[in-house]
Design a protein around this ligand. Structure first.
Ligand SMILES: C[S@@+](CC[C@H](N)C(=O)[O-])C[C@H]1O[C@@H](n2cnc3c(N)ncnc32)[C@H](O)[C@@H]1O
Length: 255
């Protein structure tokens, strides 16, 4: 898959080309990255990419023209089939979308904002989708772009050594179950006995119940979606009833 990123800070992307799973996948040529600096698409001596906001107010706004030219240059190479811009005001990135993009493959251009953001006319004219990585504000789109690329790349066939992506949080519609490794006892805390039993069916059942418990506790709306999508078994429903009873009893005794 090809990613083209429009950024004022191309060096930041070494974080994903030079480390971990994304580095390995990059070396395997499962994905490529080309960065484009909007300053290379300016006409003035200062290579200006930002200006004061119309209507007043603090900060600077990224100008439309250098960004539009950068996207045009990407398109001239036959890439940037989909153009994404990053902004807190975009729609929230989620696992289903990440998987769709990874399955679709092809090419994607990602535009990173800085300052107060990007001139709206560029977003209206040149961008297919505006994406947010969460309800918080960062100083620039680079970390958001890297989060998006990392999430997509780990879904590309061959990126993970073991096929663990299908068991991770959200893949099943639930959050992940907790994980443990050696030693068996740490600071007085034991690994749950079932995980040492070697009984695969019991371990699987325990993990499923723990995933249900974590999801019910942290993200109950995901349980509702999983139910609506028919992803819950009769046993899941029974476990959920028990977990809800335990939760209700615990909050009663705490009160
Ligand atoms: C300081 S932010 C601009 C914030 C903007 N004035 C607002 O209030 O929504 C600068 C850039 O960081 C990026 N950014 C910051 N937070 C983000 C988030 N949660 N998701 C995606 N991009 C984000 C965007 O590209 C944005 O243009």
């Amino acid at each position: 898959m090809r990613f083209d990123v429009v950024t004022l800070f191309p060096a930041m992307f070494a974080a994903i080309t030079e480390h971990g799973i994304t580095r390995r996948a990059h070396e395997l040529r499962l994905w490529t990255l080309t960065t484009w600096n909007p300053r290379d698409f300016t006409a003035d001596a200062h290579r200006t990419v930002d200006d004061r906001p119309y209507g007043g107010g603090p900060g600077m706004v990224m100008m439309a023209e250098p960004l539009a030219q950068a996207v045009a240059a990407i398109r001239a190479e036959g890439a940037g089939a989909r153009v994404i811009a990053l902004a807190p005001a975009g729609h929230a990135l989620n696992d289903a979308q990440v998987r769709r993009w990874a399955e679709g493959g092809g090419s994607m251009a990602i535009v990173c904002g800085r300052y107060e953001g990007i001139d709206q006319r560029f977003l209206d004219d040149c961008v297919d989708e505006v994406v947010s990585v969460g309800d918080f504000v960062m100083s620039g789109g680079e970390l958001a772009a890297m989060a998006l690329i990392d999430a997509v790349v780990r879904q590309l066939p061959g990126a993970l050594k073991e096929a663990s992506a299908d068991e991770e949080s959200f893949a099943t519609g639930l959050l992940d179950a907790p994980h443990y490794t050696r030693p068996e006892q740490w600071r007085g805390r034991d690994v749950p006995a079932v995980l040492l039993s070697g009984h695969h069916a019991d371990i699987e059942a325990w993990r499923r119940r723990e995933a249900l418990a974590a999801t019910l506790r942290q993200r109950p709306e995901l349980i509702r979606s999983a139910r609506a999508e028919g992803r819950l078994t009769a046993r899941d429903e029974r476990d959920l009833r028990e977990l809800a009873q335990v939760g209700a009893a615990e909050s009663k005794s705490a009160a």
